[in-house]
Design a protein around this ligand. Structure first.
Ligand SMILES: [Zn+2]
Length: 415
């Protein structure tokens, strides 16, 4: 893979060329096969960037081209030996040319999407500036996803009143299948990486919660994942970000989506919370994301489910089938707490899971190892917030995390 950045004013353009052994279908760090649509994209920064450290340019590019790279990646400027080593260890690729010295920075920014998880992070870190990624169309790829209202999300981010940098990019259209999106989950940070020198960033906080970090997330079903390649500090991506002096920080990595929902709804940013990518005046209420989040919100607010979605709708189909489910811990949590759940689209799932308030109580507390892995400069702030607002899991509750995916770790195993 050969990678070139060119800068014109406040726009940085990335072009990449495959080597003979590269292929246009590759694997994301989470194992998802990805097919490339096109080999160029742009990142529009709010201002003309000064000198961007070569390691930052290289890692920003790597978040886009990693899935399609087999053996070597050649950047347009020498990268530090530290980054080259992280890429060699993490991906088995030879990265170069090598030269120069690593960078470092000191501030922590929030990669802010506006969803409940990132609003919870924002509430924990009231001084941290936001960097928001906004999707824009690609000049060479038709946009069949016009219902995705990235403009609405960017406007909501502005209404938070926080120090905000919006980065606009078409990089998601480098991906043809399964759909436009980040080639690697970390591509959402491409703009933050390119601005890291200007913002003096030493860390970037993401809204990945307990399920994404420790329970396998959506794609690895029911699996305890201490060595998560995307988000563990010692995983491939954690080491690569650390190598460029922008540590991955997961302030809500120890708490479930029930806790992030509660923190977001109780925060001063409540009016700006939006997890739905479709609605304009409010969430659409009919997409799969809205349905899933409504279950969690209804559970947190201890009220019946409010949805017009019936069991025959495509977004509700998977809840009529037996588990396992992506995000199953939150389905268990919701089914155990929503009054009258048996008469809703989650009724069958509730029957299959048999979860109770007692069997899901661990999801109201913070998993201590998630705080221990926060980089030292920000650990105490996160620890003190969790101690005051959430509380920590007991050893027995922590074992629920660590046995997730074994019979013992599921609701069925504890009945
Ligand atoms: Zn929706």
């Amino acid at each position: 893979m050969r990678v070139t950045w060119t800068t014109e004013g406040d726009v940085m353009r990335l072009a990449f060329r495959l080597d003979a052994e590269d292929e246009i279908t590759g694997l994301c760090a989470d194992g998802q096969p990805l097919r490339m649509a096109t080999n160029s994209c742009r990142v529009e920064l709010p201002r003309t960037p000064g000198e961007v450290h070569p390691d930052l340019r290289a890692l920003a590019a790597w978040t886009i081209v990693a899935p399609w790279t087999r053996r070597t990646v050649t950047f347009d400027e020498p990268i530090s030996p530290v980054l080259a080593e992280a890429l060699a260890d993490g991906w088995g690729v030879e990265a170069g040319p090598v030269g120069g010295t690593p960078r470092s920075g000191s501030r922590l920014a929030v990669s802010y999407s506006g969803g409940a998880d990132s609003v919870a992070v924002a509430a924990m870190l009231p001084e941290a500036p936001f960097v928001h990624f906004q999707r824009v169309s690609h000049p060479r790829v038709p946009n069949r996803w016009t219902h995705y209202r990235s403009d609405v999300l960017a406007r909501l981010a502005e209404k938070t009143g926080r120090e905000l940098t919006v980065v606009r990019s078409d990089l998601e259209f480098t991906l043809a299948e399964p759909r436009p999106g980040y080639p690697e989950h970390h591509a959402v940070a491409a703009g933050a990486l390119l601005l890291a020198d200007e913002l003096d960033l030493g860390g970037l906080a993401f809204g990945y919660e307990l399920g994404s970090r420790w329970l396998g997330g959506d794609r690895y079903l029911l699996r305890y994942t201490p060595d998560n390649p995307m988000w563990a500090p010692h995983g491939a991506w954690g080491r690569a970000f650390a190598a460029v002096g922008v540590h991955i920080v997961l302030p809500v990595g120890g708490v479930s989506e029930a806790v992030t929902m509660r923190l977001a709804l109780n925060s001063s940013l409540r009016e700006q919370v939006r997890w739905c990518l479709r609605g304009v005046e409010g969430p659409c209420g009919t997409c799969g994301k809205c349905l899933y989040k409504e279950l969690i919100q209804a559970a947190v607010e201890r009220r019946p489910l409010r949805t017009a979605v019936g069991p025959k709708r495509p977004v509700a189909r998977k809840w009529q089938e037996p588990p396992p489910y992506g995000g199953q811990e939150m389905i268990e949590y919701g089914c155990a707490r929503v009054p009258g759940v048996e008469g809703t689209v989650f009724g069958r799932a509730a029957g299959f899971l048999g979860a109770t308030e007692a069997s899901t109580a661990w999801l109201d507390r913070c998993y201590p190892p998630a705080v221990e892995e926060i980089p030292e400069p920000w650990r105490k702030q996160v620890h003190d917030f969790m101690a005051a607002e959430v509380g920590f899991m007991s050893e027995d509750e922590a074992r629920r995390v660590e046995s997730w995916g074994t019979t013992r770790g599921t609701a069925q195993g504890t009945r």
